[in-house]
Design a protein around this ligand. Structure first.
Ligand SMILES: C[S@@+](CC[C@H](N)C(=O)[O-])C[C@H]1O[C@@H](n2cnc3c(N)ncnc32)[C@H](O)[C@@H]1O
Length: 640
């Protein structure tokens, strides 16, 4: 419960933010409007516009032309007459810019589920050949018919929460309970702040913001008196439980992976001690002879609880790591860890162990999400700011290193963190060249995502998009061998209804970026995707094949080389027999809004047959988030 002081503090902060924003906004709008104002341009003296007559090649020409001269100062035409002769300059023909849409870059698939029932706008509104009737039939309402919260209020709320939590040390749950924030969404089981934080992580913030304002709601640990286990629980709540994701406020694995359960210790304390490689510092449990000289510190009940909580989820953690989390000397932690492990031997705990064993879905090869988070916290640089991104990046990197590293261009890269071959990933080519953690080239997706080079996303460094035989194509700039992973197809994960709706747009444009993933989901890289969206089709000379693999409960599409691919070649796949077949050719973009419904949407891998290999295990176990989560995301992303 919030105290009266806290309520007043929250109200004042919110008011201050509203006022600051409004003052800044008025100034900003004024200067933005002024910047848009057309500068008073002076036309060239005696500009001659040719309105009639025919022009030959460059050079002198004579003939009957009507000329208009313009007043230098005002730009108003003053005289109209006939010029007898003037010079003609014929410039090179201006080529029309190809009508390619831009696409938001993605480093992984984004779960969208279904687009909302509200049609945001009519695409190709000025193009009479677009079948607008059929397209609008896919939606129930127009977007303007639904109330949308003011996006400015969201920004104000995010800034106010930021000030209250990070600046004012207030517990987000207390702020939440006040129900004060204007961007508080409709009643839902998800706390408003969690939703706002998610939103902040995903929405596009306008570049200009009042000075000092943040662009996102940074992760702030709860400072409440609730105790360390609440802090730890909030960490588990905030980070995705999929060990190959571990992203804060992940938007892909929504509600599909259970929360971690307590973990059974798999080694004795003695065995654990043997695995410690180096002494962590003064008071390390590995230096027993020096310990008698050190005075033990006082442990509060909170300190004890923190250690117990961490051990519940990561009993095999090294005392040296635990010491960093608990901020206590390592030998003191070691003693308590021993006691904790002893306590588990009681009959009551054995029953719990059996229970835990039954639902050990979260335990992956002895490594579970909790231990990955713990390791991430341990290795987090104290100098690093507590931003969501930093923490996420560290956690991801740590999760990779704490398990075994994957190696590049291999089928195994697409498999899980556990199924690894004997070789180690050596880093992407950019790292090899520069010797730095980040390659910082414009092409490197890791650099684009402002993170360390990561084997999962770095396969794209050696790929280039350029004009090919069928529009843009994807070309490889280094040799690939049979079986090498060339790229992953990434985009929005959508259900069939949305596939159907978006198919109208694809067909009208004559370019389709839909790939069938499994019986329920397709990946659309029309709006969000990576360079794999430019892979063209060649049923005879294809050099890669799509494989749909189950990676830690999630379907992903990888393109693997079917033969040696020399540097410079275009990457080609076989889209499948259905892709270029027209089930209903008349339905293609008929003029005047005549019904153009198409029976089967155009997608790559439609047949789900030979052209796309699928892992055995995935036949029915298709990844599907809970119905709630799919819809929720869709609505949220619309609101974004
Ligand atoms: C996934 S996109 C490939 C990238 C596309 N070339 C571009 O410029 O964006 C698929 C689209 O490329 C075109 N395409 C690819 N391979 C083709 C082929 N063999 N013949 C004709 N069109 C092709 C079709 O328009 C198809 O809908």
């Amino acid at each position: 419960m919030a105290t009266l002081r806290q309520k007043a503090q929250a109200k004042d902060t919110l008011k201050a933010c509203i006022l600051e924003y409004q003052t800044w906004d008025a100034e900003y709008c004024k200067s933005a409007l002024l910047s848009l104002q057309r500068p008073a341009s002076k036309p060239e003296p005696s500009t001659i516009l040719v309105e009639n007559g025919s022009l030959g090649d460059s050079g002198s020409d004579t003939g009957e032309f009507i000329c208009t001269e313009f007043e230098e100062e005002t730009g108003v035409s003053t005289t109209t007459g006939t010029a007898e002769s003037f010079d003609v300059y014929v410039s090179a023909e201006f080529l029309r810019h190809p009508g390619y849409d831009s696409c938001t870059p993605a480093a992984r698939n984004i779960m969208v589920g279904d687009d909302s029932d509200y049609m945001p706008f009519m695409p190709f509104a000025d193009d009479p050949t677009f079948g607008w009737k059929a397209y609008s039939n896919e939606y129930k309402y127009l977007a303007w018919q639904v109330y949308r919260p003011d996006p400015d209020l969201e920004i104000i709320a995010i800034e106010a929460i930021q000030r209250l939590t990070i600046g004012g040390g207030m517990d987000p749950l207390i702020i939440d309970a006040m129900g004060l924030f204007p961007a508080r969404p409709k009643p839902t089981s998800t706390p408003a702040i969690t939703r706002l934080t998610r939103l902040a992580a995903r929405r596009d913030f306008p570049t200009p913001l009042p000075p000092g304002w943040t662009h996102s709601l940074r992760y702030s640990p709860p400072y409440s008196d609730a105790g360390p286990s609440a802090v730890f629980q909030s960490l588990l709540d905030s980070f995705c439980h999929n060990p190959s994701c571990l992203t804060g406020y992940c938007t892909v694995h929504l509600g599909c992976i259970p929360e971690p359960v307590p973990v059974v210790p798999s080694v004795t304390l003695e065995a654990l001690s043997l695995s410690a490689e180096k002494i962590c510092g003064a008071g390390c449990f590995l230096t027993p002879t020096l310990l008698p000289q050190i005075t033990e510190t006082e442990w509060t009940e909170d300190d004890e609880e923190l250690l117990r909580t961490v051990l519940t989820h990561s009993p095999d953690a090294l005392p040296c790591d635990l010491a960093t989390i608990c901020r206590r000397p390592c030998f003191e932690v070691y003693k308590r860890q021993g006691k904790y492990l002893e306590s588990l031997k009681s009959s009551k705990d054995r029953a719990a162990r059996r229970r835990i064993d039954k639902k050990s879905g979260m335990i992956f090869s002895g490594r579970d999400i909790s231990s990955a988070i713990i390791r991430a916290l341990v290795t987090r640089s104290p100098a690093a700011s507590a931003t969501n991104t930093t923490l996420t990046a560290r956690i991801t990197v740590d999760a990779i290193t704490s398990v075994r590293r994957r190696f590049r261009y291999s089928r195994y890269t697409m498999l899980s963190l556990i199924d690894l071959g004997p070789r180690q990933w050596k880093g992407c080519r950019c790292i090899a060249k520069t010797g730095q953690a980040k390659c910082d080239t414009k092409r490197c997706p890791c650099a684009l995502a402002l993170r360390e080079c990561d084997p999962r996303v770095c396969t794209g460094c050696s790929l280039r998009v350029r004009r090919g035989k069928w529009g843009l194509g994807l070309f490889i700039s280094e040799d690939a061998n049979t079986g090498d992973l060339v790229s992953e197809y990434m985009g929005e994960l959508i259900y069939d209804d949305t596939v159907q709706a978006r198919d109208h747009i694809s067909r009208h444009k004559g370019r389709t970026y839909l790939f069938q993933l499994n019986s329920k989901l397709s990946i659309d890289s029309g709006f969000v995707g990576n360079e794999a969206r430019f892979i063209n089709h060649d049923p005879k000379h294809f050099n890669t094949q799509a494989s749909i693999l189950m990676v830690n409960g999630e379907h992903r599409i990888g393109f693997f080389a079917t033969k040696h691919i020399p540097e410079g070649s275009e990457i080609l796949i076989n889209y499948g027999p259905e892709f270029f077949k027209e089930q209903n050719p008349s339905g293609l973009g008929s003029a005047g809004g005549v019904s153009t419904s198409v029976a089967t949407p155009k997608r790559m891998g439609n047949a789900m047959g030979k052209e796309v290999t699928r892992v055995e295990e995935d036949a029915d176990a298709s990844y599907e988030p809970s119905p709630d989560s799919g819809k929720g995301t869709s609505q949220e992303s619309k609101a974004d």
